[in-house]
Design a protein around this ligand. Sequence first.
Ligand code: SAH
Ligand code: SF4
Ligand code: F3S
Length: 480
Amino acid sequence: MSNYKYIADEEILRQRNFIQSVRALTEKRQAQLGHPLSAYTKTFGCQQNENDTERINGMLEEMGFVFTDSPEAADFILFNTCAVRDHAEQKVYGTVGSLSSLKRNRPDVIIALCGCMVQQSAVSEEIRRKYRHVDLLFGPHALYRFPENFFKILSGECDRVFDDPASDGNIAEGLPLRRSDKTRAWVSIMSGCNNFCSYCIVPHVRGRERSRAPRQVLKEVESLIRQGYKEITLLGQNVNSYCNDLDIDYDFSDLLRDIDQIEGDYTLRFMTSHPKDVSEKLIDTIADCPHVSRHLHLPFQSGSNRILNLMNRKYSREDYLRLISLAKERIENVVFTSDVIVGFPTETEEDFQETLSLIRQVAFDGLFTFIYSPRNGTPAADMEGQISDEIKGDRYRRLSALQSELSAQANQKLVGQVVEVLVTGQNEKDPSLCDGRTKNNKLVHFQGNLTTGSKANVRIDRALNWGMYGTLCDTENKNY
Ligand code: SAH
Ligand code: SF4
Ligand code: F3S
C-alpha cells in the first residue's frame, strides 16, 4: 500500500517531543501559581471538527492542562471553527471579538483559532490584521503541528504563529486523543472531499480525500469496543469513497464487515454517505451486519433535477428514489435522515415543490434543513439568480412545518411498542428524566436514573416531532 499520505513516524515523534517541552514549561508555571494551567476549548461545526477538538484536547492533557467550562478562568482558549455557512462564521467573529477585553486584563492568556474557517486566506488575513489578541491560528492541515506551534508561543520564541498552509494535509497517526464521551465515540476514517458541490466550501478548506489505513481504523475501533464504548460513529465527508484514494482492493463495505466481526455489545454508525456512491454492496452489508445501525443519513439537497445539476451533485431525483426503494426493500426497518438546502440560486417555486414532494415520498425520520448561504470562492456564490432572504425564509418555514408533521407521524408508529435504548445521560432540563437513543438514533426521554452507557427497555407512550417520551419496563419483548 502506498503511504505517501501519512505523516512520517519521525515527524510524529518530533511533535511528541514538543508535547513534553510544553509540559516542562507548564509544570514550571504550575509550581509558581500553585495550581495547574487550564484550557477552554469550543467546537463549531460538524462531528469531524468535534473529533479534531478531541485530538487537541488529548495533546493539551499530555501537556499538563486541566479543562474548564469558562473562558474567563482559562489560561488557554481555543475555538475550532466552521466555514460551512455564514452564520457559523459570524458566531466565531462575535465570540472572538468579545475576548479582546479579557486579553487586555490578562495578557498571559493565549487565544487560538483553528479549523475550516481560518483555512480561508481572506479570513486568516482579517484575523491577523483586526484581531490582534489572537496569538495562534492553524488550519486543519496543520493540526498535528499544534505542539510545535504552541511551544513557539509559550517559550517566547514567537509573538504570534499563523500556520495555514494551502497544501493538503496528510494523515497523522499516533497522537493522543481525549474523548468527550464515555459511551459514544467518533472515529474519523478519512478527511477531505473530492466532490466540489457548487455551493460547498468543505473541499476548499479540507483538501482532497485522504483515507486512513484500514488497519489503523480497525485498531482504534477494536480498542474502543474493548474499553466498553457502546456506539461508534465512523466519520467522513463521503464515507462511501473510503479507500478510493489508496491503491488497495478494499472499500467502505469491507470496513463495515471487518468491524462487525469484532465481538461486543455495540452499535456501529457512519456518516455521511453521498447518494452517487451508495452501492448495492453497501446496502446488503448494512442488512447483513448485526452491529451496523439500520440508518442511512443520505443528503439529497434538492428534489429538482435542474437544481441538482446546478449543484453538481451527480445524481437525479429518480436515482435517489431508486436508492431509497432498494434500501427499504433489503434492510428491514431502515430509517432515513437527510440534509436539504432551500433557496439555492435560481430555485423557483416549482423546484421547491419538487423538494417538498420528495420529502413526502421518502418520509424521512429526520431532516437537517439549511438556508443556502453563499460561500466565497464557490461557483454558486457567483451564479445569477440569487434568491432573496424573504423567499428563502418563507421556504425554510414551509419545509420545516412539513418535516415536523412527518417526523411526528414516524415517531407515532412506535407508540405502544417497547424499544431498546442506550442511555446517554440524565436530562439537562429535567433531572428526573433519562435521555436515551434507540438503535435508529431516535431520542427518547423516560423517568429514571440509569447509568450512562447502560441499555434499557422503554415502552413508548407519547410521540412528538423531535423525539418520544416513554416508561421504563423490563420486558424482553423489544423492537429496535
Ligand atoms: N459531506 C456531507 C455534508 C457536509 S456539510 C454531504 O455531502 O452529505 C453538511 C450540510 O451542510 C450539507 O449536506 C448541506 O446540506 C449543507 N451545506 C453545505 N454548504 C452549504 C451552503 N453553502 N449553504 C447552506 N447549506 C450548506
Ligand atoms: Fe460539500 Fe458536497 Fe463534499 Fe459534502 S460531498 S462536503 S456537500 S462538496
Ligand atoms: Fe464546518 Fe468544516 Fe465540518 S466547514 S461542517 S467544520 S468540515
